[in-house]
Design a protein. Sequence first.
Length: 273
Amino acid sequence: MPRKRKLLAQLSALQNNSGFPQINALENLNATPRGGPSPKSSKYFVIEKKNSSQLEADFFNQPCVSLAKSFLGQILVRKLPDGRELWGRIVETEAYLGGEDEASHSKGGKQTQRNAAMFMKPGTLYVYQIYGIYFCMNVSSQGEGAAVLLRSLEPLQGLDAMRELRRASRKAPTKLLKDWQLCNGPSKLCQAFGIDKAFDQRDLTRDAAIWMVPGQDPPGEQDVVATTRIGVGNRGEWAQKPLRFYLRGNKFVSVVDKKVEREMAARGHSPCS
């Protein structure tokens, strides 16, 4: 038998031997868990198979006010290290326009190490700390230094895990939190979803631990309340601008504006049931 044919026959025999482990590189890649890097890849450069319904870059590439409104009704998903997924519907946001916005961390167009994420591509997370204890999560939009603060979520999945995380973040023992108390505030939702400074500058369209998917029932104009932002009372005219948006009638909102809601009702804007 010619040498080449003999070698091919030996190779075929080895592959057909049940005791010989066959290697299929494609199967190994497909079997890698979500977010699990291959041995030759850095964990910071993992590109994984996306959920087909995941919100992509085009969604985040909107002007700040438009994005703040568009977030309402969308779903934030957080995958914990143990594999559990937390789901929450966004019900309240605030727009921070950068530049001339006196309440923005990027007012005057000033870029610092702290607020660098606000100047990155739309869909980048900006996470900062307040009072040296709590965290707040924002998402960059179109516009230099513009970002949207996520203020409140309606918990949908993983509520027990959210309670565990909220309890772990508080030193003093407290009563069991009710569903509406889990994420009704920017720091509360960060606690419930395990968000800290390590999430700063992450890309919502590519990250393995946090992303967004579309909500099932987009709210109509009559469902959205536009009112003043919280905690910016010393920012002159910017304290009065209607740059906070929330879903009318939703019990998971942090602070409701009854005056504005009455005005909407007087104009015949009834919320959808």
